[in-house]
Design a binder for this molecule. Structure first.
Ligand code: RP5
Length: 156
């Protein structure tokens, strides 16, 4: 069937997948600051060892809100299946990402130089999402567990 004869819906779907690379990353790892990189590298390492394609980006929900919204809105269309989001302090990043995508989001509460109560600030910010907008939450600074959970989601 030529493109002219194809139903509108089929053409639309083909157009949507046209730019999708076969080796597109399946997991997006995002974090609120470059200072989060040492802790979040554990997630990338775990995915690397499991042969799971991923990408790593730094973007702050508070400092670059439009960048975060654009990333989350485009994530599914780009082929991502899970997003891991790490942040410290008033850790809005996982929740803001979840607000803009239907993909599962795994939050990693991080400690930083200004953390209070050993990262409890970030832990509560990530876990205490309002009903209807879930974010999975792993332990403080436990980015590796986020990657293991992402792998389980991809396998299910
Ligand atoms: C959060 O603020 C980041 O995720 C980071 O954990 C914390 C401190 O950021 P920097 O001041 O080091 O950039 O948004």
């Amino acid at each position: 069937m030529s493109e002219e004869q194809a139903p509108v819906t089929e053409v639309a779907v083909e157009a949507e997948f046209e730019g999708l690379e076969v080796d597109a990353p399946r997991v997006g790892i995002v974090m609120g600051s470059k200072s989060d990189m040492p802790a979040m590298e554990a997630a990338a390492k775990e995915l690397e060892e499991r042969g799971i394609r991923h990408e790593v980006r730094v973007m702050s929900a508070h400092r670059e809100p439009d960048t975060v919204a654009d990333y989350a809105k485009n994530a599914q269309l780009r082929g991502l299946r899970v997003i891991i989001a790490g942040a410290g302090l008033s850790a809005a990043l996982p929740g803001v990402v979840a607000a803009h995508t239907p993909l599962p989001v795994i939050g990693v509460p991080l400690t930083s130089s200004k953390s209070v109560a050993g990262g409890l600030d970030a832990l509560l910010s990530i876990a205490q999402m309002p009903p209807g907008v879930p974010v999975a939450c792993v332990g403080v600074d436990n980015a590796r567990n986020a990657a293991v959970l992402a792998a389980r989601i991809l396998d299910s």
